[in-house]
Every structure is written in structure tokens, then in C-alpha cells.
Design a protein around this ligand. Structure first.
Ligand SMILES: *Cc1c(COP(=O)(O)O)cnc(C)c1O
Length: 413
């Protein structure tokens, strides 16, 4: 980045520092990933210069031959990768993509039914402070108090009672398999549209380690930057009968010019995700999460739902103390382990002082770490949680973390 260095040494040096941070911490935020150099190059390319309102062959600008071809490739790959009838690759990110889906399928005041935020749902699925509960009526479902899992009988009962127009499955902090088929059947029964937001698990789905909501679900949204390991952005997949409504909702409904550099990077990520190695990657993410979960539980750490089926683990810290999610996340960060505090279902504390911690394995797996490393990391995390005020311990582990990270360089894969 030599020109950046010359033009803006401040931003250059902070970017270098961030590279160093990403290299020497164990990054365990489950919604993040480290992309390939190819994805980075496409994202940083001159394609950022082009305006392209409209869709391939139906644009409002001239000079479209190259970006039209790129977007057409991105669309074809997205359809093939997920087995979708239609793909829109223009959404800027997950939240605006969800807004576009609502805009396409609903009228203001219609009813949406998603998982409550403090139970693991997403803001855009009807949370009070979000547009999704301002313009639509939100009647959220919850997880079971005893098991922490989805109870499909209860969800069906709620749907029959509330008669929502849209039922949303897919979450940000749910460590178990999502029964997409059952959600779709409930939607059919009550006359609602079915929508699956697979942002967190898209990489696991294309890797064959989580069931897919396609082809039966009406509309599917995924971000491209989580387990799918592409650039920051999103796509919408749907049945042909919704194609026109979805496309019109994205543009001109909500967005202006699409980000063609990001669309190019999405195409690159889709190509990478079609390779057989990506299946191995997805399998290893889940294997790693399972070993990590086991190691934590062997050390007396309590996990919501008692384990994981996917890439993430939700730790329940209440046996140690209520509302210490932030303190424990800081203690882990002091030890070079980056995580995030999170509410647990039926959290006795508040969202600002939650009692949980969310961790995941996508980045460690990208870096090439396997079961053996998960056992070591699980021991470190357990020691810190069980003694979270011990600063000496944090210092000691930080050094060990650094040595481990040195063996797994960022672009080693
Ligand atoms: C991450 C996420 C989103 C939002 O994505 P942004 O790109 O951050 O707007 C939407 N839904 C779910 C389930 C997510 O996990």
C-alpha cells in the first residue's frame, strides 16, 4: 500500500496496526472472517469508480460492458452455489437487504415474526429500536427456557394465533441446527411468506454441514462476509415468482448505484466457495467448534443449549456471576482473545450488561487451526473465565497466544 502511505500516513499506519492486531490475536467473533487476497484485490479495485444503477443490460449509464459481465457472473455463481432460481447481488449489507425483502413482500403495518433479539435474533427481525418494528408489527417468538432451543410446537401455536404476514428464521446467536423446512411449513399453514436469513451459516450451508432453506423457502438473505468468507455485503435469493418484486425493492426501491467492486469480490468469493476445499473448510469449522465446546464444558463452563452444531458457542456466565459478559470479554481481550459479550436467553441482566459471551471458529479455521489448537484455546478461555480478575494470568496467556498465532499466518491457506 505504498501510495496510501505517501498520501495519508495516518490511515496507512492505523491500517498496518490493524493488520498486526488481526495477525496476533485469536479472533473468535463468529460473524467475522478473514478473506483471501483475491477478494481483497477485487474489493480494492478500480471497479469502485463505476456508476451502474439498474441491472445488467438494463442500466441508466453508458460504459457498462465490463461491470455488466461481472454482475452477470456474480448472479450466475450465486444461483449455482445455493441452488436458487433468482439472485440479486446488489444489497450493500445484510440490514438493507432485509429492508428490501420487507419492502418487496409487505405493506407498512403488516406483521412479521422473528426470533427476539435477546434470544439470538437480529435487530432487523423486528426489534423495538429498529425500522423493522416501526414500519411493521413485530410479534417475536422465543427459545425454550429450559433447553435454550427453538420449540417448533410453540412457534407454530404463536403463528396460528398471530397470523403474521412473514415468518423469519435465521439468527445471530443460535448454536443449533435451524429447521428451515418446518418454518416454511408453518408459513404455508398460516398464509405467511417464509424468509430465511442465513447470514451466519451461509458458508456451512454451501459446505454441506447445515441443511439449506433452498429451494422451498420463499426468500433467502445472506451477508457475504461471515462464514461465506467474501467481502462485506449481502445477496438475496428467491423463487422466480418473487424475482421482480425483490429486484425492484433493491433498486430503485431502496438503493442507488450498486457497489461494483464489492459485487466483483462477491463473485470471487462464490468461486472460492465452489471449490472442494471450501467443503473441508466448512466441515472443519464445525469440528473445531465442537471440540472447543467440549473443552469448555470439561472445565465446568456452562453453554447455552449444552453445546453447538455450527460455528458458534454461546457461553452462559451466570454460574460465575450475573451481568459479567463485558468484564470477561475485556479479560479475554487482555489475553489476546477477541470475542463479544452477548445476552443469553432469559438473561437476568440487561443488554448493556449481558451475562453471556459469544465465540466462534470461522477465522481460526481459516488460519488453518484444527482440533489440537482448539483444545489449547479452550483451556485458555476456561482459565480466564474461571479467574477473570487475574491480570497476571491474562498477561501470561497473551504471550502464549502470540506464539500460537505466529504459526498460523493470515494468508497461509
Ligand atoms: C449479520 C447479520 C445481519 C446484518 O448484516 P449487516 O451486514 O451487519 O447489516 C442480518 N441478519 C443476521 C442474522 C445477521 O447475522
Amino acid at each position: 500500500m505504498m501510495s496510501l502511505k505517501d498520501v495519508d500516513s495516518e490511515i496507512f499506519s492505523l491500517t498496518q496496526k490493524e493488520l498486526e492486531r488481526q495477525t496476533f490475536v485469536l479472533n473468535m467473533i463468529p460473524s467475522e472472517n478473514y478473506v483471501s487476497k483475491a477478494v481483497l484485490e477485487a474489493t480494492g479495485s478500480i471497479l469502485t469508480n463505476k456508476y451502474a444503477e439498474g441491472y445488467p443490460k438494463k442500466r441508466y449509464y453508458q460504459g457498462m460492458e465490463n461491470v455488466d459481465a461481472i454482475e452477470a457472473i456474480a448472479i450466475e455463481r450465486a444461483k449455482k452455489l445455493f441452488g436458487a432460481e433468482h439472485a440479486n447481488v446488489q444489497p450493500y449489507s445484510g440490514s438493507p437487504a432485509n429492508a428490501a425483502i420487507f419492502y418487496a413482500l409487505l405493506k407498512p403495518g403488516d406483521k412479521i415474526m422473528g426470533l427476539r433479539l435477546d434470544m439470538g435474533g437480529h435487530l432487523t427481525h423486528g426489534h423495538t429500536v429498529n425500522f423493522s418494528s416501526r414500519f411493521y408489527k413485530s410479534c417475536p417468538y422465543v427459545v425454550d427456557k429450559e433447553t435454550g432451543m427453538l420449540d417448533m410446537d410453540e412457534i407454530r401455536k404463536l403463528a396460528l394465533k398471530e397470523k403474521p404476514n412473514l415468518i423469519i428464521s435465521g439468527y445471530t446467536a443460535y448454536p443449533r441446527i435451524i429447521p428451515f423446512k418446518e418454518f416454511h411449513e408453518i408459513a404455508l399453514e398460516v398464509g405467511a411468506y417464509s424468509m430465511a436469513d442465513i447470514s451466519h451459516i451461509a458458508g456451512l450451508i454451501v459446505g454441506g454441514v447445515h441443511p439449506s432453506p433452498l429451494p422451498f423457502t420463499d426468500v433467502v438473505m445472506t451477508t457475504t462476509h461471515k462464514t461465506l468468507r467474501g467481502p462485506r455485503g449481502a445477496i438475496i435469493l428467491c423463487k422466480e415468482k418473487f424475482a421482480n418484486a425483490i429486484d425492484r425493492a433493491v433498486f430503485p426501491g431502496l438503493q442507488g448505484g450498486p457497489h461494483q467492486h464489492v459485487i466483483a469480490a462477491k463473485a470471487v468469493a462464490f468461486k472460492e466457495a465452489m471449490k472442494p476445499e471450501f467443503k473441508d473448510y466448512a466441515k472443519q469449522i464445525v469440528k473445531n467448534a465442537k471440540v472447543l465446546a467440549e473443552t469448555l464444558m470439561d472445565n465446568g463452563i456452562k453453554l447455552v443449549t449444552g453445546g453447538t452444531d455450527n460455528h458458534l458457542i454461546l457461553i452462559d456466565l451466570t454460574p460465575i456471576a450475573i451481568g459479567i459478559g463485558r468484564q470477561v470479554a475485556v479479560a479475554l481481550e487482555n489475553a489476546g482473545i477477541c470475542t463479544n459479550m452477548n445476552t443469553i436467553p432469559y438473561d437476568p441482566s440487561t443488554p448493556f450488561k449481558p451475562s453471556g459471551l459469544r465465540i466462534g471458529t470461522p477465522i481460526l479455521t481459516t488460519r488453518g487451526m484444527k482440533e489440537e489448537e482448539m483444545k489449547i484455546i479452550g483451556e485458555w478461555i476456561s482459565q480466564i473465565i474461571n479467574d477473570y480478575k487475574n491480570e497476571k494470568l491474562q498477561k501470561k496467556i497473551k504471550q502464549e497466544v502470540k506464539e500460537l498465532c505466529e504459526k498460523f499466518p493470515l494468508f497461509g491457506w
